[in-house]
Design a protein. Sequence first.
Length: 364
Amino acid sequence: MDPINFGGISRFLIPLESIRIMGLMAAAFLVTLSITPLWFRVLEKYKVGKQIRPADNAPIFHKLHEKKAGTPTAGGVVIWGTVLFLAIFFSILSYFLGHIWPQLGFIDFIDRGETYLPLATLLIAALLGLVDDILGVLKIGTNGGGVKMRYKLILYTAIALVGAWWFYVRLGISQIGVPLFGTFEIGAWYIPLFIFVIIASAFSANETDGLDGLLGGVSLFAFAALTTVAFVLGRYHLAAFGGVMIGSLLAFLWHNIYPAKFFMGDTGSMALGITLGVIAMLTNTTLLLPLFMFIPVLESISVLLQTASKKLFKRKIFKSTPLHHHFEAFGWHESQITMRFWIISTIACGLGLVLFFLDKFLLL
């Protein structure tokens, strides 16, 4: 269905799809809000609490966050758990009752070409992150527990490689869109590009998850922007998936804003980052992703610059990294940092959407 054509059936399809997305968003919000207290009790019962890096490894970070030690983590389970539950529930409902009530097929958003890969990568990254969270809580592994960074890179590279194969071989995608300049064929170079985008998205999101409500908020704006893109492109199943993600994130933030009752953990941050990367690749907005994920990109750049400066010049650029800890060390309250980063993220996402609409409608 061509979303630019507002004649005929499109005139009715667009408002119906809007209602569908908003309805799924509301359903996700209510489900997540309902299961969050139950999951919180589980985390408290089994003492799944955040472990703070020791003072000898990160003195500034330890001083700023030692009071948060023991706060329940792995709260991201309620986000991806809700998304997967609704996807499976509505699909089963449509399959068994669709012949009686055909309208049920309207709420089923599982689709091979649009949502198979986002759902699969969301689940796989979430489960790997959950294992990492549990190892951290149990203090199994180096540096206080958890999976070593090189093993994480290997695991997520493997996920990205499978995704790249799916896109390039199964879906036949090998082009990249350059805003305002058109679409260009890059052939097999699409595979390393895909791998880079997925890994960068996942780890950038993970770096951002350090203050109450920070990653949840900037991810919310990024999903809202990419959901808008998917809707305009006529990828309505993907837009519905994005709506469910938004609803779940809103409910999660209800409990995660300062002072947070629990933290997202790697099971949430890695899953959100990798899913945003996949949606950007599906909608051919790869080069707009740095705007949609502007804050996570800044966070990662700060870490890279800090590491390079310490190795090459034996001195720090920032008081502490990622970037949000630098501002904490200057005396900003974490709620100030979070809200200001939300504002910056909103502006960056808005700019990304302006470029997208210019490219799609005004410069045809």
